[in-house]
Design a protein around this ligand. Structure first.
Ligand SMILES: *Cc1c(COP(=O)(O)O)cnc(C)c1O
Length: 257
């Protein structure tokens, strides 16, 4: 266990309100405690390897939780939220309005690109050129630039999306040639049941290699509830954490679209 286990909360998501200000205050308190515990664990992991905690952005992955969970997260100071389904992102952003920095972390199909481009401040999951092209075509006429990460399948997991390791440099180089899109780093999701550390390390080496040629390739989006401290130790600049912040996810909400 990490340090700071003294501030753990056992409220989990059982404090979901049945209405009433007192219930909501309890919910906020539990959320605040879980969020601050995650932030402390990130800071401790960073310090263990001599990194600044400020070099790591926490994305609260709110997929499967309702808009009220996101509002509560904002009330306790969280700014970045992640969603993995295009329509869920669109719906929640309309419900909540401005003031949230959205991250899209799920599998993205070309026909869903319009729901995400311009709305997500960062799309973490570009894994093929055709998808980058669709994003660029959508963004370029607006004169903006959609920031993206290239998702890499460092674990060679057939169940996971992601560009094969040995095609990543070529994909990033081709994305660079497009107008309206910028690749600012790499993302990965390690397979279940394997030690993620060597895979995080592999992604970092790949990023270092790329950054030597393309200086804008900076970010490493890696680490989830079960392994974000390992990811921070291995150089993550963005961690994507859901259940450790919001409690147990109420429904199955994997990246399906
Ligand atoms: C759901 C999800 C997460 C967060 O997972 P938790 O186990 O809830 O922390 C992170 N990244 C991606 C791509 C996800 O789909």
């Amino acid at each position: 266990m990490p340090v700071h286990s003294d501030i753990r909360s056992d409220h989990r998501s059982s404090a979901v309100p049945a209405g009433g200000a007192g219930v909501r205050a309890d919910g906020d308190l539990a959320l605040r405690q879980r969020l601050s515990e995650v932030l402390l664990r990130i800071a401790a992991a960073a310090e263990r390897v001599g990194r600044s905690p400020h070099a790591v952005t926490l994305v609260a992955v709110s997929k499967g939780f309702d808009a009220e969970a996101i509002r509560a997260g904002r009330r306790v100071g969280q700014a970045d939220f992640g969603e993995s389904r295009a329509q869920e992102l669109r719906r929640k952003s309309e419900e909540i309005g401005p003031g949230v920095r959205w991250h899209f972390v799920g599998r993205l199909q070309r026909n869903k690109v319009r729901d995400v481009v311009g709305l997500a401040s960062l799309i973490h999951s570009v894994d093929r050129f055709e998808l980058a092209e669709a994003i660029a075509e959508r963004m370029a006429p607006r004169g903006g630039v959609q920031r993206v990460l290239v998702q890499v399948n460092v674990g060679d997991d057939p169940a996971k999306g992601g560009c094969p390791v040995d095609e990543t440099i070529q994909l990033v180089a081709r994305v660079r040639g497009l107008e309206g899109i910028a690749c600012e780093g790499l993302m990965t999701i390690p397979p279940l049941g394997v030690d993620p550390r060597p895979l995080f390390r592999r992604l970092r080496e790949l990023r270092d290699d790329l950054r030597g040629r393309f200086p804008e390739v900076q970010h490493l989006s890696m680490g989830m509830s079960g392994d974000f401290e390992t990811a921070v130790e291995e150089g993550a600049t963005i961690v994507r954490v859901g259940e450790a912040i919001f409690g147990q996810r109420p429904q199955r909400a994997d990246a399906r679209d």
